[in-house]
Design a protein around this ligand. Structure first.
Ligand SMILES: *Cc1c(COP(=O)(O)O)cnc(C)c1O
Length: 612
């Protein structure tokens, strides 16, 4: 492809992208492909001869799209948002064209200088103390764009380790190997912290303590104090704590005002991981969670999550960039330049040498949306999450086990974890909406994040309807014990025998006996109802006794209330019994009928005896 052809192909690609974004609702958010699906769609070897662009281009819909999870879809509620926006895409288009590697100031001055500027802008937008910024002349602080939040945490841990080793070496007379000291370092985070914190400890070869959380899923400070003391008694060196603002499981917040003074007293580096929630701090009303940020040594959040700067882009600030320099300092001659030491060389702030010109897309987004536009985007997401929460609270089958914060709602079906797990599996296999689970202290929840910029109230309501309908289908199925071949609901029962239960249905309001057609219908005995019910349905059915602890419990419950049974509970009970009907029987209808009624009566009788 030459640049002439590029002009045409590029414009077509822009159109393709705009179409993709505008019509993303039409696509199934979660693909139905199986592992290895692509092998059948592409050749085993790369082509010998170059192919025309038009051939390659058509393969996007054939090969790629069937296996894409559409993260920009309004029906995408899994993980946290990973949003893009038109200007962000334009930013990377240009950055990819320039493709400078930005490791030193001299390697492309604009790359470094724009990053300094936008990191200061962004820091001021969330009201970060100015010792985290580049602007204050006497501060060593500043911001840097890292690739991911995981990397930011690891970088912070490494910097904290450098400082801890330095201090410890200065304190003791003996000669110590770094590795010997490293063995004694211990770090802390809550049991809700992101797995990347564990990973940072793992690859940094330091012990990690997972501090218990309270009912709000916030780190328990009494446990923290106790753990630190125990560690110190064992001769270990507490050196690093990762606090989370907006945990991945339930968007819970650690309390920096409580944790801060403890860590400062012990000289423990606090890194604050606000990967998702950080974007919300653009709005003053959400900044309460940042209280105590002055105790932190580093802070990071992902504009690549909620802020519509597409991946990758993690904004990280440190108070003392010297500790990064000390950690990453290697200075080969070929990287020296006239302004070494005078300008920021970002290679000393990160693990890799090279860096992409990511500041461009950040700059475009900040300018094009403006602070107000970004605030409105955050508030809209929070509002829609509130709307979703309201719907859940109206449906008594569901519960919200942990308070909603920002754009994340965690919910579950009341009852066993298994039920919610099955619900999620069904939702995802249908592919109309996509969510992922979390386990909050052993409680299985579905996480529902409002992600897309395009999500509107209608989307939320229709997604909720899908969830409700799936739950209804599931609950009905769950009532069917495994091995049962058919569930018959009352509508079907009526089809088999049109006059069945009319009076019963008419009187169907709980706990209120009614007189319909001159007879008292809402209260009746098992030995009357069951044979009647079976007789009407009976011709091809055989009943089997049911040994279900669940059913037994329910009958027991009904008996214990010592009230006349409501019709609802009766019908419900009949439904579960009907679920156990055996359709395979080959006896004559007559035989079956008599047996059936007996069996049924016995089964119920038996259950009741066991319970009483
Ligand atoms: C998403 C998330 C991360 C991981 O983000 P990456 O940028 O993918 O590494 C870390 N911490 C928290 C709290 C998160 O929500």
């Amino acid at each position: 492809m030459d640049w002439v052809e590029y002009r045409t192909a590029g414009k077509l690609m822009v159109d393709y992208i705009a179409d993709y974004m505008e019509n993303i609702r039409d696509r199934r958010v979660f693909p139905s492909v199986k592992p290895g699906y692509m092998r059948d769609l592409v050749p085993d070897l790369a082509p010998e001869e170059g192919e025309p662009w038009s051939t390659i281009f058509t393969d996007i819909e054939k090969v790629i799209m069937p296996g894409v999870t559409h993260w920009q879809s309004p029906q995408m509620h899994a993980y946290f948002p990973a949003l893009n926006s038109p200007v962000s895409l334009l930013g990377d288009m240009l950055s990819d064209a320039i493709n400078c590697l930005g490791f030193t100031w001299a390697s492309s001055p604009a790359c470094t200088e724009l990053e300094l500027i936008v990191m200061d802008w962004l820091g001021k937008m969330i009201n970060l103390p100015d010792d985290f910024l580049h602007t204050r002349p006497d501060s060593m602080g500043g911001g840097v764009i890292q690739t991911t939040a995981s990397e930011a945490t690891f970088v912070a841990l490494l910097a904290a380790r450098t400082e801890a080793l330095r201090k410890y070496r200065a304190m003791v007379d003996e000669e110590f190997e770094d590795a010997e000291l490293n063995r004694r370092l211990v770090a802390y985070c809550s049991d809700q912290a992101h797995s990347s914190v564990e990973k940072a400890g793992l690859i940094g070869l330091v012990k990690m303590r997972y501090i218990e959380t309270n009912d709000d899923l916030s780190m328990r400070v009494d446990c923290l104090i106790e753990t630190i003391e125990q560690d110190q008694q064992q001769g270990l060196i507490p050196f690093f704590l990762c606090a989370t603002l907006g945990t991945t499981g339930a968007c819970a917040f650690d309390n920096l005002t409580e944790i801060g003074p403890i860590c400062v007293a012990q000289d423990i580096w606090i890194h604050v991981d606000a990967a998702y929630a950080g974007t919300a701090f653009i709005c003053p009303e959400f900044r309460k969670w940042m209280n105590g940020i002055e105790f932190a040594s580093s802070f990071a959040f992902n504009p690549s999550k909620w802020m519509m700067v597409h991946f990758d882009c993690t904004a990280m600030w440190v108070k003392n960039s010297q500790s990064l320099h000390r950690t990453f300092n290697v200075d080969p001659l070929y990287l020296k330049h006239e302004n070494s030491g005078l300008a920021v060389d970002y290679m000393h702030w990160q693990i890799s040498l090279s860096k992409r010109f990511r500041a461009l897309k950040l700059w475009f987004v900040l300018r094009n949306f403006g602070i107000k536009g970004l605030q409105e985007h955050v508030r809209q997401g929070v509002r829609l999450a509130g709307l979703f929460q309201d719907q859940i609270t109206l449906d008594p089958r569901f519960e919200i086990p942990s308070a909603r914060h920002l754009g994340l709602v965690v919910f579950r079906l009341k009852g066993d974890n298994q039920l919610t797990e099955k619900l999620l599996k069904r939702l995802n296999s249908e592919g109309k909406i996509h969510c992922v689970p979390a386990s909050l202290k052993g409680i299985y929840v579905i996480r529902f994040t409002v992600t897309s910029h395009q999500t509107n109230e209608q989307d939320i309501m229709s997604d909720w309807k899908i969830i409700q309908e799936t739950a209804t289908a599931l609950i009905n199925m769950f009532k069917t014990p495994s091995g049962a071949r058919k569930t018959i609901n009352l509508a079907e029962a009526k089809k088999l025998r049109p006059d069945f239960g009319t009076s019963l249905l008419l009187s169907n309001s709980p706990m209120t006996p009614k007189v319909v057609n001159g007879s008292f219908v809402a209260i009746f005995e098992n030995n009357e109802v069951v044979p009647e019910f079976v007789r009407h349905l009976g011709n091809s059915l055989k009943l089997v006794a049911k040994q279900s602890p669940e059913l037994r419990r329910r009958i027991k419950g009904l008996m214990l209330t010592n009230k006349q049974y409501s019709l609802d509970s009766r019908i419900d009970l009949m439904n579960s019994i009907m679920a156990n009907l055996d359709l395979t029987s080959t006896e004559t209808p007559k035989q079956r009928r008599s047996e059936s009624s007996e069996d049924k009566g016995d089964a119920i009788q038996e259950e009741e005896e066991k319970c009483s």
